[in-house]
Every structure is written in structure tokens, then in C-alpha cells.
Ligand binder design. Structure first.
Ligand SMILES: Nc1nc2c(ncn2[C@@H]2O[C@H](COP(=O)(O)OP(=O)(O)OP(=O)(O)O)[C@@H](O)[C@H]2O)c(=O)[nH]1
Length: 273
């Protein structure tokens, strides 16, 4: 049993290297470990496997986050989570009734000053959890720097990022207010959550939130594709039809449910884009 698990881990590890931590392409895993191209979305099933990278200054709680993900808090011998190397974890999670395979990558070396030498973690993620400690203002500033570096590698609209203010249990030592965190997330066009790994507060909300963000982008990508197809097949649209579509859009904007959607486009709601 153990040796077969180890074999699986090794296979997975080499697989990770094969589709490459350094591959900037938009490839995705299928749940059967095979690589599928995002170009073929529409013909192949939508992706259900995601790589999530932990970033942040030293001591903000990345390892603690990874431990909770790996199940160390429940049991030191959890076989729900495959350990693929010391800092890469794979786990099947169910979010909103749909399964997803999440590979959590905790390879960021926070001791290195030069971010550019660490382009692998920067490029390898489908999504990022950008951690700081609410008790350490320097780590908050570092998170901003990392966000800027990340922007050079990953376009914001395609790659979900959640800014995570960890250690929120340490109320008396707080150096960064929640509103500062929220404002920073709004400026950097990412989501925001405060967590405590010590209290296991909001940690799974962050993991589930990142899966939701990935799915929202996946779904809107597919919807756009469908829309483009419909558009190309109705290119010779008559003027009255075009006018009707325009009116429909105006009406939709005044529709209360659309207004709610626009309002909820706030950075602390991890279940909307
Ligand atoms: N009170 C409190 N302590 C925490 C929390 N998260 C992590 N810690 C503690 O903070 C210290 C650093 O946590 P790590 O998980 O090692 O931080 P890291 O980001 O992996 O640090 P590096 O490995 O240096 O990059 C440890 O002593 C943790 O126990 C939290 O939510 N609350």
C-alpha cells in the first residue's frame, strides 16, 4: 500500500516537472493526469485540476496553510492528500458539489531578495494565495511588491489571486487593518480574506474561494467562446435586431438582479468575479 502510494507520488512529482513548473502556457490538468490544452476548451471537458501557489514573506504562515491543506492538523498520517515532494501537495476537494483536484505549491523561497530568480513559482500557478501577516506591516508591503511582480507574469483577469491577511487571531498585535487589506486588494484587482491558521479560521474558505474563482473564469471563458460563435453565425444581423439587443442590454442594466451582481463585485466575496 505504502509503496504503491510512493510510486504514485513519484509519478505525480515527475509529471509536475514534465508539464513544467516553468511552462508559461495556459495548460491544465485533466483529473486523469493528462495534459489538456486550454485552446481545445469546448472540445474537451472543462479542467478540474488546478495548481495553486502560496506566496508571501517569511513567517506569514505559508507552511501552516499548507499543513492544514495537507490534513496535518487532523492527522499526521493522512492519506487523503498525496505528498509530492516536501512542498507540493495534491488533494481532491469538493466545492459546491463539484470535485476539483488542487495541487498546492509551497516552494516560494521568502529568504531570496531577487524575485526574478524565482520565476518558476511565479509562472507555474493557475491561481495564487498571496499571504501577509496582519501583525507585520513589512509583510503587507512585501505582498504588494509580489503582486506587482506577479502581474508581469500573469494577466490579472485570467489568474485569480486572493490577498490573505493571516494571523487574525493576534488581535492585539495587529499592524494592518482589515480596511487597508481590502483597499489594497481593490487596487490590485484581487480578492481579500483574513485568516488564522492557528484557529483554523477561514483557511478552507480561502482554498474553496480560489477554486470558485478559477471556475468562474473557466465558465466565463466558455460563455465568451459560445458568444463569439453565436456572433459569427449571426453576423448579418438586421438593424432592428441589433437595436433590440441594445435595448435588452439597457433594460438588463436596470434590472435589480444585475444591479445586485454589480454591487457584489466586491473583493471580499470570493464567490463572484
Ligand atoms: N498566532 C498565529 N501564529 C501563526 C499563524 N500562522 C502561522 N503562525 C506561526 O507563525 C510562524 C511562521 O509560520 P510559517 O507557516 O512557518 O510561515 P512561512 O510563511 O512558511 O515562513 P517561511 O518558511 O520562513 O517562508 C510559526 O511559528 C507559526 O506557528 C496564525 O494564524 N496565528
Amino acid at each position: 500500500m505504502l509503496s504503491s502510494m510512493r510510486r504514485h507520488s513519484l509519478r505525480l512529482h515527475s509529471e509536475l516537472h514534465r508539464w513544467s513548473i516553468c511552462d508559461p502556457g495556459n495548460r491544465r490538468w485533466s483529473s486523469s493526469d493528462s495534459v489538456i490544452s486550454s485552446d481545445s476548451v469546448g472540445e474537451s471537458p472543462p479542467p478540474t485540476a488546478y495548481r495553486v501557489v502560496l506566496l508571501g514573506a517569511s513567517g506569514v504562515g505559508k507552511t501552516a496553510f499548507a499543513s492544514i491543506f495537507a490534513g496535518a492538523a487532523d492527522s499526521m498520517d493522512s492519506d487523503e492528500c498525496e505528498l509530492c515532494g516536501d512542498e507540493v501537495f495534491e488533494k481532491e476537494v469538493e466545492v459546491d458539489g463539484e470535485a476539483a483536484t488542487v495541487t498546492l505549491i509551497d516552494t516560494w523561497d521568502s529568504e531570496l531578495d531577487d524575485d526574478s530568480v524565482q520565476d518558476c513559482p511565479m509562472q507555474s500557478g493557475d491561481a495564487y494565495l498571496l499571504l501577509y501577516s496582519i501583525t507585520d506591516r513589512a509583510s503587507f508591503l512585501r505582498a504588494s511588491e509580489l503582486r506587482i511582480t506577479l502581474r508581469q507574469f500573469r494577466p490579472a483577469e485570467q489568474t485569480p489571486i486572493i490577498l490573505v491577511g493571516n494571523k487574525c487571531d493576534l488581535v492585539r498585535r495587529r499592524e494592518v487593518s482589515s480596511s487597508e487589506g481590502r483597499a489594497c486588494a481593490a487596487v490590485f484587482d484581487c480578492k481579500f480574506i483574513e485568516t488564522s491558521t492557528a484557529m483554523q479560521h477561514n483557511v478552507w474558505e480561502a482554498f474553496h474561494g480560489i477554486v470558485r474563482q478559477l471556475r468562474l473564469r473557466r465558465d466565463s471563458k466558455e460563455a465568451n467562446k459560445r458568444r463569439r460563435y453565436v456572433k459569427s453565425s449571426t453576423r448579418r444581423e438586421s438593424l432592428p435586431l441589433k437595436a433590440k439587443r441594445f435595448i435588452d442590454k439597457v433594460v438588463a442594466k436596470n434590472n435589480p438582479s444585475v444591479a445586485v451582481w454589480l454591487k457584489s463585485k466586491s473583493c471580499h466575496d470570493l464567490s463572484v468575479l
